[in-house]
Every structure is written in C-alpha cells, then in structure tokens.
Design a binder for this molecule. Structure first.
Ligand code: FAD
Ligand code: DLZ
Ligand code: SF4
Length: 519
C-alpha cells in the first residue's frame, strides 16, 4: 500500500501537509528536475541553480530523516521532461495505491495535476497548502462578501487570525493597524549597511552551477556571485541576520533607493519563503519577538508583518481568484514590445540601469525598484503587459506565477483595470528623485519635462495620463493629476506629447527569444 508523494520545487518544507500526514514506511517521496519547469520561461540562471540545489539538499535531508526518496535528475537519460511524464514513470516503478500532493502554486501545474487520477487510475489526494496562513476557500469567502477587495481589510482579518501584534482585548498593538505614513522616508545619507549574509556554494551547488552553465548558459543573468540560501538552516541564518541588522530600519526606509545598494534594509527572504525553506508565520514570529524584546520599533515590525501576512497572502488569493483570465488582462490595450534595455541594462536612465544591473547580478531588485522604476517605466511607455510579466517571471529568483502575476499585471501594470489596486502606480521623475539618489548621477535632468536631456519619466507620465484619459479620469483617486494636466496650456500639452513620442520612437525593442524560446 505505497503512497507516492510528489514534492514540487517550491514545496521544500519538512512540515509540508503531504509529508506531515504520511507514514514514512509506506511512502515514496518523488522529486523531479524536469525540462518543462526549467524552460517554460528562460529563467535567470540563479533561479534555476537555487531551485535545483535546494531540491537536492532537501532530498538529502529527507533521506537522513528516514524517508524513501526517488529523485529524478535533469540529466537522467530516461527523464521524460515533465511532471506528468515523471509521475507516470514513478507509478510504473512503485505501483502506488494513491498519490498525495500539495496543491500547486501555478495554475498550469494545477491543471496538469487535475488529469492525474484519470490518467493513472488511482486516487489523487490534493491537499491545501497550509504554509499559507489563509486557506484559499477563506480568501474566496472574504472576496465574495465585498465589492472592493482592499488589501487593508484583508490584512486586519489576518492580524486577528494570527494574533500577531494584537493586544489581548483584540485591538492592534500601538492603537493603530498601520504605520505606513512613517515608512516613506527618503534614503539615508550614510550607507551604514553591510551586505546580507551570503552562502558560498558547497559541492552540491557547485555541481548544479556547472549543469546550469552547460545547459542554460544563454539564459539571462550571471552566476558570478551565487550566494542564496539553499537549505533551511541557511535560510534561518539569513532570517536571524535580517532581524538584527536591517529589520530595525526596514519600516522607515522601505520605499528608499540608493544607487549600488542592492538590498538596503530589505530582508532578501522571498526566495527562501517561496520555495519553502521558511514559512511566513515563523518569519513573523521572529519579527514580533524582536519587537517585544525592544530591539525593533513598531513601525518596522508592523510594516514587515503587513508585507508577509497582508500583501503576500492577498496577492496569492487574488491570483487564484482571477485565474484564468488575469494572464490575458490588458486594460490599457498596450502593445509596445519590451525595450532592449530590460535585458542589457544599456540605458542612460540611471535609475533603470541600476535596477536592471541588480536584477542581472543578483536575480533580485527590491520592491520600489520593481514597482516605481521598472514597472512604472513599462506602464508609462505602454509596453505589452504580457511581455512585462514574462520578463518578471524570468528574472527574479523569487518569481512564481501566483506572486508575480498579481504584482505585475495587477499592482504594477494596472492590466486588471483596478481589481487589485485602486489606482495605477504611476509616477514622474519627481517621485524617483525624492526617494533615491539616482537623479544626481543621471545624464537626464529630472526637473525638465521637455527639451534635450529632459527626464523621460516626466513627459511619459503626462502622456500616459493623456493617452488613457477615458479610462482613468473617472477614477476618484486620479482627480489631482488630471486637475494639474487640465491647467497646462495646449502648447505645453502638445510639447509633452511630442517629447514622449520622440522618446518612444527611439526606444529599441528587445530581440525575440529572451523570455521564451522561439521557433
Ligand atoms: P522585503 O522588502 O524584505 O519584504 C518582506 C517580504 O514581504 C518579502 O520577502 C515577500 O515575501 C513579502 N512581500 C512584500 N511585498 C510583497 C508583495 N507585493 N507581494 C508578495 N509578497 C510581498 N515578490 C515575490 O516574492 N515574487 C515575485 O515574483 C514578485 N514580483 C513582483 C513584481 C512587481 C512588479 C512588484 C511591484 C513586486 C513583486 N514582488 C514579488 C513583491 C516584492 O517586490 C518582493 O517580494 C520583494 O522585493 C522581495 O524582496 P525581499 O524579500 O527583500 O522583500
Ligand atoms: C522554477 C522551477 C524550476 C526552474 N525547475 C523545477 C524543477 O526542475 N522541478 C520542480 O519540481 N520545480 C521546478 N521549479 C519550480 C516549479 O516551477 C514550481 O514548483 C511550480 O511552478 C509550482 O506550481
Ligand atoms: Fe531616472 Fe529621470 Fe532620475 Fe534619470 S533623471 S535617474 S531617468 S528619474
């Protein structure tokens, strides 16, 4: 009576529901390195190294813990190349009476799993992924009861559900749910930070690096400095390092950007969280403990916990609520191809160049680089949101559709027409100048709207509002920018339109084949 337990590459948690409920003596755990996953988009090389190395380490830990593990390597000559093909081969090998698996994080994989029971003629038990605090049925019930799906209301429910930063009488610690107003300081003048803890590749990771260089050498990104945690122990160490070194100032400088400062006060925990090396709850508990011990101020602890149990779980719920459909959304009807500089980093815009460099070197950019530099530029320039989404899915080591799609297509590109965010995150150069030191070293002048050397974000911002007036003017949160636009004279408006058009006409499109294989 063997049970086959497939564990996917983003399910590397010892407390996974399918493992927790199983009898070791009667189970075979199946881990599969498959071409379908390594190439459905042409992932950044560091993302592939991260997943395959973490999978190999996890398999060793499971074996040491007494599990029977069937591990399929990418270079296994018999490898069929897909999850379904590998489960089929495993069913032949082990003749299981049932398959037990935790629900997949991506719609396309969930669709494949849904075919398994008929295909293999045995029961397939798909368990909820309880590493997330809010079960999907609860999210759907929350959403069904509301007209507007505002994150803040979901977040308060999550605080009550977990008891995090709550008083015994059910009120929030500090008398307020949200300290976001204290979290918008411009960047600090000094650069007081050392880099986050890094983890030198061991023999397993070195093997995977060699494999990835050999098979995926043409993919975007470098492996010169691969230093991500690939085991739970390493991820725990990174968490401890974050809590002492950067969390205390996380809140205050959450939206700041400094050239060359790749992580600032951010945690860099997303890769570990998303592949299962850490759970959101344990990260929040460590945060709250530091606040209670007096080493972390409330605005930092609350701000961080809001990202973890609020935004992270909200976007996951929205993904499953909106799929399929979200993957085709294009509210503005944008069609322009992705510019080449997203892949090469070659642009005179200092903010974009630094964000792409961080992305290429570390498979990382922090939230404001993703949202207000690269995402903002793409939306203002009218780039096809699906090319944008592909880019984000490729380049970040923490990217899986459940978190990438809502953030890109919803929050950043407003392609969902405002299901996720109440207004587009559009900003001119003034925003970037306020929150960073990029403009000081830039060839463009952030104060200029038009003329030779004017910051492109400025004309693009007004042109975006003008182009999309019919779709946006009715939005009550957009009245202020439209009131300003209305005050511009017709000559000024014409100059802005011409400036934007001229810039867009010279924007070099990327060659095909960076994100998905062609032909
Ligand atoms: P920190 O700033 O330290 O934040 C702590 C944690 O909060 C993160 O690790 C993450 O787990 C969570 N978090 C914060 N904001 C969000 C959010 N909006 N959605 C989900 N989780 C959040 N995050 C991903 O994990 N994968 C993605 O593919 C991804 N794509 C994004 C694309 C765009 C356009 C934008 C605007 C944001 C995206 N995010 C994504 C959210 C966020 O930018 C990253 O989680 C964060 O930058 C990861 O770095 P960190 O761990 O240092 O985060
Ligand atoms: C991202 C990724 C990559 C690059 N490779 C694998 C793999 O070879 N095997 C695997 O199990 N998972 C991989 N993953 C993560 C999966 O894409 C992820 O588990 C699914 O998309 C979740 O539905
Ligand atoms: Fe970016 Fe404009 Fe500032 Fe240059 S001037 S860094 S393009 S915002």
């Amino acid at each position: 009576m063997t049970t086959l337990i497939p564990v996917l590459g983003d399910q590397l948690s010892h407390g996974l529901a399918s493992l927790r409920s199983a009898d070791k003596a009667e189970s075979v755990v199946l881990l599969m390195e498959v071409a379908e996953e390594t190439t459905y988009v042409r992932h950044h090389k560091a993302k592939i190294v991260l997943i395959l190395s973490a999978m190999r380490h996890f398999a060793e830990e499971l074996r040491a813990d007494g599990w029977t593990v069937d591990y399929i390597r990418l270079d296994d000559p018999e490898n069929s190349g897909s999850f379904t093909g590998e489960v089929a081969r495993a069913v032949e090998r082990h003749r299981p009476s049932a398959i037990r698996i935790v629900e997949a994080g991506e719609y396309r994989v969930a669709q494949a799993i849904a075919t398994w029971s008929d295909r293999f003629g045995i029961p397939v038990d798909v368990l909820g992924d309880d590493r997330f605090i809010c079960p999907l049925p609860d999210f759907f019930a929350w959403a069904a009861a509301r007209r507007e799906l505002v994150m803040e209301s979901f977040y308060r429910q999550q605080r009550r559900r977990t008891g995090l930063l709550m008083e015994e009488d059910g009120t929030p610690v500090g008398g307020q749910w949200n300290f976001d107003k204290e979290n918008r300081a411009p960047p600090p003048k000094a650069r007081p930070l050392r880099r986050p803890l890094s983890f030198a590749p061991d023999a397993i990771t070195k093997d995977v690096i060699a494999l990835v260089e050999q098979r995926f050498g043409q993919h975007f990104g470098t492996l010169d400095r691969f230093e991500l945690p690939v085991t739970r122990d390493q991820a725990r160490a990174l968490l401890a390092d974050f809590v002492t070194e950067r969390l205390p100032r996380f809140g205050t400088y959450q939206d700041a950007m400094l050239e060359g400062e790749d992580y600032l006060y951010h945690s860099r925990l997303s890769t570990s969280l998303n592949c299962g090396l850490l759970t959101a709850l344990e990260v929040c508990e460590a945060t709250e403990a530091a606040f209670r011990a007096g080493t972390v101020p409330l605005n930092a602890a609350e701000g961080f916990i809001r990202q973890m149990i609020g935004w992270r779980e909200y976007v996951r719920g929205m993904y499953w609520l909106e799929m399929p459909g979200l993957d085709r959304a294009n509210f503005f009807g944008n069609r322009r191809p992705l510019p080449d500089f997203y892949w090469t980093g070659e642009t005179a815009m200092a903010c974009c160049a630094d964000a792409v460099r961080n992305t290429r070197d570390n498979a990382y950019a922090h939230h404001i680089q993703r949202l207000m530099v690269l995402g903002n530029f793409a939306m203002l320039a009218g780039i096809d949101p699906h090319e944008v989404a592909d880019w984000y899915l490729v380049v970040y080591a923490d990217a899986y559709e459940w978190v990438e799609h809502p953030n890109v297509l919803g929050m950043s590109q407003f392609a969902d027409g405002g299901r996720l965010g109440t207004k587009p995150y559009a900003g001119s150069g003034a925003y970037i100048n306020r929150m960073s030191n990029y403009c000081k070293g830039c060839r463009y002048d952030v104060k200029q709207r038009v003329g030779e050397g004017a910051c492109p974000f400025n004309a693009l911002y007004w042109d975006f509002l003008d182009r999309n007036e019919q779709k946006l003017r009715g939005n009550r949160r957009m009245w202020q920018p439209y009131a300003t636009w209305d005050r511009f004279g017709e000559d000024t408006k014409a100059e802005i339109r011409a400036q934007a058009q001229q810039f867009l006409d010279h924007l070099e499109p990327a060659a095909p084949g960076w994100a998905r294989a062609t032909g």
